[in-house]
Design a protein around this ligand. Structure first.
Ligand SMILES: Nc1ncnc2c1ncn2[C@@H]1O[C@H](COP(=O)(O)OP(=O)(O)OP(=O)(O)O)[C@@H](O)[C@H]1O
Ligand SMILES: [Mg+2]
Length: 306
């Protein structure tokens, strides 16, 4: 898209004017990440934009974009079906460069965490099986290419799209905007970028207690499943936990089988980590905007039902 960069530049300029809480009229906020906010922009139909306000230099933003492209290549080579994308770096002011990851937009109803509420249990288990196959493909890729290359993945249902097509379904993985992969055994994602969205005084605490865990869990096949299933609490379908585990355990060796108790324990901890993090960010936003009158560059979610 040729004029896309100009539209995004104008959009970013407007975002700055009213503070991020008051969105420009042509934009709709459709999702939040830990480090990104996801918009739809009226003039650009059929696309979403993941906005990452993280970079202090053009080089830093370009390096991230390069890693994003390599991450997508790895996932595609492993056999995953990914959306079309189109990315642009937009300078904001001299100390901030914003990366927009444009992605083909899918209907909200087709996201797997929406599908579980309208499909039959059998359909849900068929969909889960396809997710298991996709995760398995990546595991095989990793085993073959480690330590030269190894990619992590966040398998939660909200990261997959389930589209009907002739004779079956297409399963698309959309959560590509945090490129977590190792090259020659070394993590390529700069952890400071993840910390950036946390308030200064808390960064040290997060680094000490949570960061390693959060960055490593998505490399461990079994932990990816635990995370996926535990999220059924948040998605208000805990009733599906036993049948999902039964299916997943078919694909794990016996001594790795996941129990409902392991899911409960994990969910309690994980919920604590993210609620703690979000509360801290809200306080930080309040201090910056209200007390210091400074701009706050991130967009935070409202109350999250868990
Ligand atoms: N291509 C898309 N089409 C439609 N909706 C999307 C698309 N990409 C993202 N969304 C919506 O935004 C939500 C969050 O997107 P995504 O999973 O990419 O980011 P995240 O998990 O919040 O990211 P991060 O990895 O930055 O923490 C999705 O669950 C979905 O509801
Ligand atoms: Mg996601």
């Amino acid at each position: 898209m040729k004029e896309l960069k100009a539209i995004l530049t104008a959009f970013e300029r407007e975002l700055g004017a009213g503070g991020l809480e008051q969105l420009p009229a042509q934009a709709q906020l459709i999702g939040y990440g830990e480090i990104s906010a996801i918009f739809a922009i009226k003039d650009i139909e059929g696309w979403v934009f993941k906005r990452l306000p993280l970079f202090e230099s053009l080089e830093q933003a370009a390096a991230y974009l390069e890693n994003f492209n390599e991450y997508c290549n790895i996932l595609a080579e492993a056999g995953l079906d990914l959306p079309k994308h189109d990315c642009h770096i937009i300078p904001k002011h001299n100390r901030l460069f914003v990366l927009y990851i444009g992605q083909e937009r899918f209907p909200d109803a087709n996201l797997c965490h929406r599908q579980i509420h309208v499909q039959t249990e059998e359909e849900n288990l068929d969909m889960l099986e396809r997710i298991i196959y996709a995760l398995h493909d990546l595991q095989v890729f990793n085993q073959k290419n480690k330590p030269e290359l190894e990619a992590a993945i966040d398998g939660q249902l909200s990261n997959w799209v389930w589209l009907e097509k002739k004779g079956g379904h297409r399963l698309v993985y959309i959560d590509t905007s945090t490129p977590l992969f190792k090259r020659a055994g070394k993590e390529t994602l700069n952890p400071d970028l993840l910390l950036k969205s946390a308030p200064g005084p808390l960064q040290a605490v997060i680094k000490l207690f949570f960061l390693d865990d959060v960055m490593n869990r998505y490399y461990r096949h079994r932990d990816v499943y635990i995370d996926l299933v535990a999220n059924l609490y948040k998605e208000q379908r805990p009733d599906l936990i036993p049948v999902f585990l039964e299916k997943i355990n078919l694909y794990l060796v016996d001594n790795e089988a996941i129990t409902p108790e392991a899911i409960r324990r994990y969910y309690r901890e994980d919920k604590f980590i993210w609620q703690f993090f979000l509360a801290a960010r809200r306080i930080d936003r309040w201090v910056k905007q209200k007390l210091l009158g400074r701009p706050y560059d991130f967009i935070l979610p409202g109350p999250i039902k868990r």
